[in-house]
Design a protein around this ligand. Structure first.
Ligand SMILES: CC(=O)N[C@@H](CCC[C@H](N)C(=O)O)C(=O)O
Length: 382
């Protein structure tokens, strides 16, 4: 278990935040926690705003020429925690299983430094709700609250269980995929388990559809391109001896190109239409929330990578140039209009993101705070 014996100030913040996971736009306790902490910082260089359940902080620069932004996401997931922590979630059925508790603690650590040591440029700290869904980045970018604090360059990180502490990974160009949620509702005809010929069984229809959907990836997407369809949840029926009238599939689509997303969706629609004919049922598709790819601006990312390689080894930070991943992140909307990058932060743990047992190595917290404090200072003073 990766729990530090004597937790630092920011590890303590992470542990507090870990106990109060809340889903998208419900982050009321989390927002209050952030506001309470930020109110303990020296106030002379900072201003604070809220936007929905998010928090924005402006650190006024001493001789500003530009504005740099740092973003951390805030929401947890509907997962029943199964870690060995004594600071486990106090919200049954909810957990910070995607590291947003670490992301926030790191954001607070960097902010703490700059609240008392402002640099030349203005800084905007963005604590953004609803990354896991329905997506807080896009509406936050369009909000009045962010308008006059809009960064000229922006940065963020995401924890990575597969890399050890001390390793960070990124690349210029595409880092994360385009995503679309996928919800398919099927309505047929229920009936007695013993008389299947009088019913249209939506459990059978759903099972067929789950298999058929994978043929879109295997047979419609160019094998040299990349796409994923994952059905993460199936609901159907009411009792073991009743033929199900309704079934619902819930999933997500991931593609590296926007064109492939259009292709995958049109093939899903064709298959679902065919299922309606085959099973004499009605089907409804809802694509929920869609996120844009995370695209790291080439020049700024390459410059960051070189800076890490040249200056951060004495701080025990190694950089890997990684490949893109099929994860999604609504930080892609920030990077669509503001140049910058996201990178993976190694937290070396055997359980992956979204797993009930994930226990990120907390030594990564102070390491990331140091890294980003040094980077923003360097970036601002050039
Ligand atoms: C880093 C990460 O795990 N992000 C999530 C984003 C979810 C987007 C949306 N709710 C979806 O499921 O498509 C991910 O699952 O990659």
């Amino acid at each position: 278990m990766s729990v530090t014996a004597t937790p630092s100030r920011y590890v303590k913040l992470r542990r507090d935040l870990h106990q109060i996971p809340e889903t998208g736009f419900q982050e009321f306790k989390t927002q209050q926690y952030l506001l309470d902490y930020i109110s303990t910082l020296p106030q002379e260089h900072i201003e604070i705003r809220t936007w929905k359940t998010g928090v924005l902080v402006n650190v006024r620069g001493t001789q500003p020429q530009k504005r740099l932004g740092y973003r951390a996401d805030m929401d947890g997931l509907p997962i029943q925690e199964d870690t060995g922590y004594d600071f486990r979630s106090k919200h049954p059925g909810y957990m910070h299983a995607c590291g947003h508790d670490l992301h926030m603690a790191i954001g607070l650590g960097i902010l703490t430094h700059f609240a008392s040591h402002p640099v030349q440029d203005h800084l905007t700290f963005i604590f953004q709700p609803a990354e896991e869904g329905p997506g807080g980045a896009k509406p936050m970018l369009e909000s009045e609250e962010l308008k006059d604090w809009m960064p000229d360059e922006i940065f963020a990180l995401h924890i990575a269980p597969e890399y050890p502490v001390g390793t960070i990974a990124t690349k210029p160009g595409i880092l994360f995929a385009n995503t679309s949620e996928l919800f398919i509702d099927l309505t047929g005809k229920g009936g007695h388990a013993a008389f299947p010929h009088n019913a249209n069984d939506m459990v059978i229809a759903a099972c067929q559809l789950v298999g058929q959907l994978q043929t879109v990836i295997a047979r419609n997407v160019n094998p040299l391109d990349s796409a994923v369809i994952t059905i993460g949840k199936i609901d159907g029926g009411t009792k073991q001896n009743i033929i199900a009238e309704k079934a619902r599939l819930e999933g997500t689509i991931r593609t590296l190109s926007a064109d492939t997303m259009t292709l995958v969706k049109s093939r899903i629609e064709a298959l679902v239409h065919g299922l309606e004919t085959a099973f004499a049922c009605q089907a409804h598709i809802d694509y929920g929330s869609n996120y844009l790819q995370v695209y790291n601006e080439e020049k700024i990312t390459s410059e960051f990578m070189q800076w890490v390689r040249e200056t951060q080894q004495s701080y025990h930070i190694d950089l890997i140039e990684c490949k893109e991943a099929m994860t999604g992140e609504d930080f892609g909307y920030f990077l669509e209009s503001i140049p910058g990058f996201m990178f993976w932060l190694g937290v070396g743990t055997p359980y992956g993101l979204h797993h009930a047992k994930i226990e990120p190595d907390e030594r990564s917290i102070d390491l990331a705070i140091g890294l980003m404090t040094r980077y923003l200072t360097w970036k601002s003073n050039r």
